[in-house]
Design a binder for this molecule. Sequence first.
Ligand SMILES: Cc1cc2nc3c(=O)[nH]c(=O)nc-3n(C[C@H](O)[C@H](O)[C@H](O)COP(=O)(O)OP(=O)(O)OC[C@H]3O[C@@H](n4cnc5c(N)ncnc54)[C@H](O)[C@@H]3O)c2cc1C
Length: 472
Amino acid sequence: MDRLREAVGPEACSNRTADLYTYGFDASIHHRTPDMVIQPRSTDQVSEVMRIAYQHGIPVVPRGGGTGLCGSAVPVQGGIVMDMSRMDSILEISVGDLCCVVEAGCVYQDLNDALAPHGFWFPPSPGSSDACQIGGMVAANASGMKAVKYGATRDYVLGLTFVKANGDVVKAGTRTLKDSSGYQLARLMVGSEGTLGIITDVTLKIAARPKTSAMVLAAFPDPEAAGRCVSAIIAKPLIPSSLELMDSVSIDAVNKALGNPLPDCKALCMIEVDGEPEIVEKELKIVEEVARSEGAITVEATHDRKAMNRWNNSRKAIMTSLAALRPGYSSVSLADDMVLPISKIPAAVVAYQRIAEKYDVTVATYGHAADGNLHTKMLLDPNDADSWQRGEKAVDEIFEATLALGGSVTGEHGVGISKAPNFHKERSSVIPTMVEIKKAMDPKNILNPGKLDQWEGSILRMLRYPCSEYQD
Ligand SMILES: Cc1cc2nc3c(=O)[nH]c(=O)nc-3n(C[C@H](O)[C@H](O)[C@H](O)COP(=O)(O)OP(=O)(O)OC[C@H]3O[C@@H](n4cnc5c(N)ncnc54)[C@H](O)[C@@H]3O)c2cc1C
């Protein structure tokens, strides 16, 4: 600890009880207290910390905004939590070169606020945009509502600097739009969840902001009709800038919490189109026609920014509204981020509801339906072991149903702990190669150990809730 304090300064190190307790959480169901929190200010400091940790075999877990939903920033083997939030500078915005360079701790929204006056943006748009950091987004390959048209974080990473487990600094990629020079190591860090290195700066491609946008809100009598509408819009062909689907549990939760901002129906689609005004006008009409022809009960269209914000905020309020739906119950992220072939969305929504009924748990299904990404949240009594057990069985069946439909366990949140057992089932052919890469880059297994392919057994361990059966 003395050497670490020397490396970064005493003000950047803490082992105060309150800090250790706080840094044991992310936004998942898990908690584990680390031994020390370090807040570096430079790549050199990160490198020095890693040299010391490597020498002594101390686990190090890099942490961005701590908004991850699957436990990937929880220090399950203790050690050091490396909080990147002091490395938050925007180092360069180069509109002429279509790129920007930021430190890893830069918050997503801060970058977009800085890009806006130039007429540019970094589009992935996660729901956590006010808090998540660019380093965390790269490490999780985050995306969000706009992915159907604008892609995920991986599509924008041109280069990055990372510090290896032994403290060596690697500058991967370039600040050019193309690069064919050997292994694409910057891309290898995308989705690495803190297990291969500490990212300290990132060079991102940027995109021109769309001139205008408009939205349609279509209410349906059942999720199948809503799902058909999603496929029919894409098949036109028409790529919306976002297309959100909500099931009846999500609609009900938001209407109860926010005073009925949404139509009372079994499923709805919020569809946004963007671009040049005349194209937006044309596409809006096509979307309205498709929604009606697929059986929508009501179809509302708007160009009004305030109305669009109201709809978008209702969609974003699902998580918090669910938490208030049933007193004494918590809304938890377990099987929360499945991704499916777009055509399988209706079958998945129906299957998830059947599984919820079978295990007597409340499950809300919603998500970015046009890129096949469905989220579920489950309401559980966090103090009741039986509630957790039914939840875990439901989770396993939701993942089984997803894989049977040709999907995958996570589209944007990552694996961490919550998806690990089902990730093992899905990607058994990939895991031996992942193990080899991890051994080559982190031979002492000190970078975020115990996650991804290394998590063993049930996900009901190290819970943040006071259910004694599941505390380690
Ligand atoms: C309300 C809410 C809404 C959300 N909506 C979305 C959404 O729409 N789309 C989406 O994709 N996700 C969403 N998420 C999940 C989460 O915000 C994303 O996964 C995000 O990318 C995490 O970023 P972070 O900075 O908070 O990272 P953290 O949670 O701190 O860490 C995530 C992982 O990245 C690693 N990491 C962090 N920084 C670094 C670094 N500098 N170098 C190496 N590894 C690092 C950590 O070790 C960990 O494994 C949501 C979460 C919440 C709470």
